[in-house]
Design a protein around this ligand. Structure first.
Ligand code: DAT
Ligand code: MG
Length: 158
């Protein structure tokens, strides 16, 4: 399996306000994933509409846009084997009240509307690339070798 799948991850405004950026990054780092891009930023209305376009007909859309633009977020790109699906598993279900303990939402959230983290949907092919392109220019992503790869992946030679 390739080790270079990339996925888009975001610590949402609630996570930033609650001082949980480091907790989230620590979990992803600890798993063996590699950070290749990060941007502390404020999402404006237009970007929020584009990012959450698939939900524009939902009754919760206006509240979702208001929430995601309510304060800064930490937008990130993480790389690794099966990264998109693995991050989704680590996030837990959309509603933190139902998310399993041990998951990011299950450990750090209580309310569906403020669920701490976004990760690209692994069941929507191309969502990861689309979201990475929406938030990052190519030059903002860093190609680098992480020196622990041989201790994370069995098929990397020691
Ligand atoms: P996810 O973030 O797990 O991919 P999603 O794409 O279905 O979930 O929805 C995007 C965000 O919208 C989600 O993180 C929280 C919010 N949301 C989803 N369903 C909602 C609902 N029924 N009521 C309020 N907010 C909701
Ligand atoms: Mg989604």
């Amino acid at each position: 399996m390739s080790h270079d799948e990339r996925t888009f991850v975001m610590a949402k405004p609630d996570a930033v306000q609650r001082g949980l950026i480091g907790n989230i990054i620590g979990r992803l780092e600890g798993r063996g994933l590699k950070l290749v891009g990060a941007k502390f930023m404020q999402i404006d209305e237009a970007l929020a509409h584009e990012h959450y376009g698939e939900h524009e007909d939902e009754p919760f859309f206006d509240g979702l846009v208001e929430f995601i633009t309510s304060g800064p977020v930490m937008a990130m790109v993480w790389e690794g084997a099966d990264a998109t699906r693995q991050v989704r598993q680590m996030m837990g279900t959309t509603d933190p009240a139902e998310a399993a303990p041990g998951t990011i939402r299950g450990d750090l959230g209580l309310d569906l509307g403020q669920n701490v983290i976004h990760g690209s949907d692994h069941e929507d092919p191309g969502a990861n690339e689309r979201e990475i392109d929406l938030f990052f220019d190519e030059g903002e992503l860093v190609d680098w070798e992480k020196s622990d790869a041989e201790w994370v992946y069995e098929d990397v030679d020691h």
